[in-house]
Design a protein around this ligand. Structure first.
Ligand SMILES: C[S@@+](CC[C@H](N)C(=O)[O-])C[C@H]1O[C@@H](n2cnc3c(N)ncnc32)[C@H](O)[C@@H]1O
Length: 286
C-alpha cells in the first residue's frame, strides 16, 4: 500500500544547515553571490519545511496515447513497453511519460552494457527523489518488494499550490510497496539491496540551480551513509550528468569504501539532454 512515511522515521537528526561541509581538503571558496543565493534558498527551504503544506494528492491527467514521436523514439519506447509491460502514458501526461521512459532506458542500457542479470524482488532506496516522478520507471525495472524515495526538500511548494509530497503521493499511488519519505538521507538508517542516486549533488552549481542552500552539499556524509546502508551483496547505482561530476562522485564513493564494477556513458535516446554517466558500486571487500 503506497504511503508517505511521517517525517522523522529512520532519522537520527535532520538539520542540514548544521551538518558537515565538504572535507577541508576540498572546501570550495564560495562567491558572495553564491552565498547570498544560498541564504535566499535556505529561507524558502525552511519556510516549506515549517509550513508542511499540502493541497491533497496531485493526480496528473494521463495522456493515454503518445503523440508526435519520431520513428526511432517510437521503436525504442515500444520495445521498453513490451519488455517491461509498462504504459506510463496511461497514468501521466506525455512529458512525464517520456521522462519515465528515458530513465527506464538509461537503466536498461546500463544493465546490458554491464552484462548484469536483472535484479528483481529486492528492496530499493532512491536518494534525492524530487517529487518521485520516476518512481514508476524504477518500479518497472526492479519490481521491488519494497521501495522508498528519500527527499530532503519534500515540502517544496509548486506554483500550482501542490507540494512535492502531493505530487509524489500521486505518482506512487498505484505502485505496490512504495513510499516517499521526507528527510535527509545522511541521517537515514536502513539497509537496501539496491540504492540509486540520479544526479546527486557533488558540486555547488547544481545545488544552487535546484534552488537549495549550499549546506545540503555534503557528499562525504551522503556517500558514507550509502556505504553503511548497503549490505555486502548490495548495489549502488549512480547516474551523473557529466564525466566531471561522475569523477567527483567516484572519489567520494571510493572514500566511503565502495569499488566501481561498471561505468558507461549513455547517449540520450529519448530526450535531448547531456549524456548520462552511469556507474555501479559495491563494497570493496566483496
Ligand atoms: C539534482 S536533483 C535530482 C532529482 C531527481 N533525482 C531527478 O533525477 O530528477 C537532487 C535532489 O536531491 C535532493 N537531495 C540533496 N541532498 C539530499 C539529502 N541529503 N537527502 C535527501 N535528498 C537530498 C535535492 O533536494 C534534489 O531534489
Amino acid at each position: 500500500m503506497p504511503a508517505a512515511a511521517p517525517q522523522g522515521e529512520h532519522l537520527s537528526d535532520d538539520r542540514p544547515s548544521e551538518r558537515l561541509q565538504l572535507s577541508p581538503a576540498v572546501t570550495p571558496q564560495y562567491s558572495l553571490k553564491q552565498l547570498a543565493l544560498s541564504r535566499y534558498h535556505a529561507c524558502w527551504y525552511q519556510l516549506g519545511k515549517r509550513l508542511a503544506w499540502s493541497r491533497g494528492i496531485y493526480r496528473e491527467q494521463p495522456a493515454h496515447q503518445l503523440h508526435h514521436l519520431s520513428g526511432i523514439h517510437r521503436e525504442r519506447i515500444a520495445s521498453l513497453q513490451r519488455r517491461f509491460r509498462v504504459r506510463f502514458e496511461q497514468h501521466v501526461k506525455q512529458t512525464t511519460a517520456l521522462k519515465q521512459y528515458d530513465y527506464l532506458d538509461i537503466l536498461d542500457q546500463a544493465w546490458s552494457a554491464w552484462k548484469l542479470p536483472r535484479l528483481i524482488g529486492g528492496s530499493v532506496q532512491d536518494i534525492g527523489s524530487s517529487n518521485f516522478w520516476y518512481a514508476h520507471a524504477l518500479h518497472a525495472f526492479f519490481q521491488p518488494v519494497e521501495m522508498v524515495g528519500i527527499e530532503v526538500e519534500g515540502h517544496r511548494i509548486y506554483l500550482d499550490g501542490y507540494s512535492r509530497l502531493d505530487y509524489a503521493q500521486g505518482y506512487i499511488q498505484h505502485l505496490s510497496n512504495t513510499r516517499f519519505f521526507i528527510g535527509d538521507y545522511t541521517c537515514y538508517h536502513d539497509s537496501a539491496d539496491v540504492v540509486t542516486a540520479w544526479y546527486p549533488f557533488v558540486t555547488p552549481g547544481p545545488v544552487l540551480s535546484w534552488r537549495m542552500p549550499l549546506s545540503v552539499l555534503a557528499p562525504e556524509a551522503l556517500f558514507s551513509r550509502v556505504a553503511q546502508n548497503l549490505p555486502p551483496h548490495g548495489l549502488f547505482i549512480m547516474v551523473n550528468q557529466s564525466r566531471e561530476e561522475a569523477a567527483i562522485g567516484a572519489t567520494w564513493c571510493e572514500k566511503a569504501g565502495l569499488t566501481r564494477h561498471g561505468l558507461c556513458v549513455l547517449k540520450a535516446t529519448l530526450r535531448s539532454r547531456l549524456p548520462a554517466v552511469a556507474s555501479y558500486w559495491m563494497h570493496s571487500h566483496t
